[in-house]
Design a binder for this molecule. Structure first.
Ligand code: SIN
Ligand code: CO
Length: 374
């Protein structure tokens, strides 16, 4: 897929400065002539798989219901007001992956996934807000979006999905295929299908600090080094055997206060954390992998590309791929940075790669993290 304009006449810099996290933006014909990237049947099939996250939302006589996938079956297409939502479609389809990657004016560390929803007339997920920014790209049919900057985000209690109890729409747009609506986090919205419709949501990730903190402490647990053991050679006889001795507390506090973390620790933690594949992502290497020698020859001719499931990031000398990290020297850093940014290396770039990089490329190829380019 060639690079798309996406933001109309606006540059990514302008968009980020004036809209990102700040206010909604409707872009008519962000992708002129846009059509669904996969047929309804393929989408419905994905929703039956246990390695794909999906939901079925129905609205019957004003009652909301939600079922989590894998979905056993769907209501008939003739039935009104149901909606099937499939997460992570970019992991399952090259075309969907390429669409998501059009949004790389936002860093990979912030890009999450492409969700596709199909709804019959009147279908949607109700008025709600999300904690993340989102681009809502209309792919098929029409959807009426009503949105609101309201501060009251209280929810109806006891429902299987998040529905705003006091939704007060301020603006309304009908989106046609190719139109796209950007919404900042916590912006109230409600999208209702007008006839059969498909909407593609480009979602972002913004980890909660609590979640990061818990994961960071676990990460540090594996790397802290506190030699020695408590000792009390000057222990004196006492009358309160149940009391924790003052000396014990102060000595141990002093030792534990030696636990420090550096910016390097945080970098490595964050890179591993952000590049860790989601729990339902599995890699399969080639059924009949080439030998190291043949791989080297072929890769130097055709080039290589990262698997669409691979997350590769870097910061300074640290390179992260699918939850693993390693520090690299200057020469290797150049080829690995190109691989991470371009998600591919040309044959010529592979041919120039060092022995260590070649070894890594071959290991990633056998693991299914990287493929020979076509
Ligand atoms: C949908 O596609 O039905 C819901 C998307 C959203 O509101 O975030
Ligand atoms: Co939403």
């Amino acid at each position: 897929m060639k690079k798309l304009p996406l933001l109309g006449d606006m540059s990514p810099a302008q968009f980020l400065r004036d809209y990102w996290h700040k206010k909604p933006l409707l872009i008519r014909q962000a992708i002129p002539g846009f059509k669904p990237l996969l047929p309804f049947e393929s989408l419905a099939d994905l929703a039956t798989k246990d390695y794909v996250e999906s939901r079925l939302v129905t609205l019957t006589d004003g009652e909301w219901d939600m079922q989590h996938g894998p979905l056993k079956g769907l209501p008939p297409r003739s039935q009104r007001a149901w909606s099937m939502l499939v997460q992570g479609v970019n992991l399952q389809s090259d075309a969907a992956d390429q669409l998501l990657r059009q949004f790389r004016f936002v860093p990979d560390a912030r890009l999450d996934d492409l969700m596709v929803s199909f709804a019959t007339d009147g279908g949607g997920v109700g008025p709600h807000f999300d904690s993340y920014d989102v681009f809502l790209l209309q792919a098929e049919g029409q959807r009426r979006w009503r949105i609101s900057a309201q501060k009251d985000l209280s929810l109806v209690e006891g429902l299987p999905l998040k529905i705003l109890s006091k939704f007060k729409p301020e603006q309304e747009f009908i989106l046609e295929p190719g139109d796209m609506l950007y919404l900042p986090p916590h912006y109230a919205h409600d999208g209702v299908a007008i006839g059969d419709c498909q909407t593609y949501s480009i979602g972002f990730r913004s980890p909660a600090y609590q979640e990061l903190g818990e994961a960071f402490l676990q990460f540090m647990a594996d790397s802290i080094d506190l030699p020695g053991r408590y000792a009390d050679p000057d222990l004196e006889a006492g009358k309160k055997p149940a009391e924790i001795p003052k000396h014990m507390l102060s000595t141990i506090a002093e030792e534990l206060n030696k636990v420090r973390f550096t910016e390097e620790d945080i970098t490595i933690f964050l890179g591993e954390y952000l590049s860790e594949p989601k729990h339902n992502v599995f890699f399969t290497g080639p059924a009949q992998p080439l030998t190291a020698g043949r791989f080297r020859q072929t890769a130097a001719k055709k080039g290589v590309k990262l698997s669409r499931k691979t997350q590769m990031l870097y910061r300074g000398k640290n390179v992260f791929i699918n939850g693993e990290s390693f520090a690299v020297g200057k020469a290797d850093k150049a080829s690995l940075e190109t691989l991470a940014n371009e998600r591919a290396l040309t044959g010529a770039e592979v041919a120039e790669a060092s022995e260590d990089v070649m070894e890594a490329l071959f290991a990633w190829y056998t693991d299914g993290w990287l493929e020979l380019a076509d």
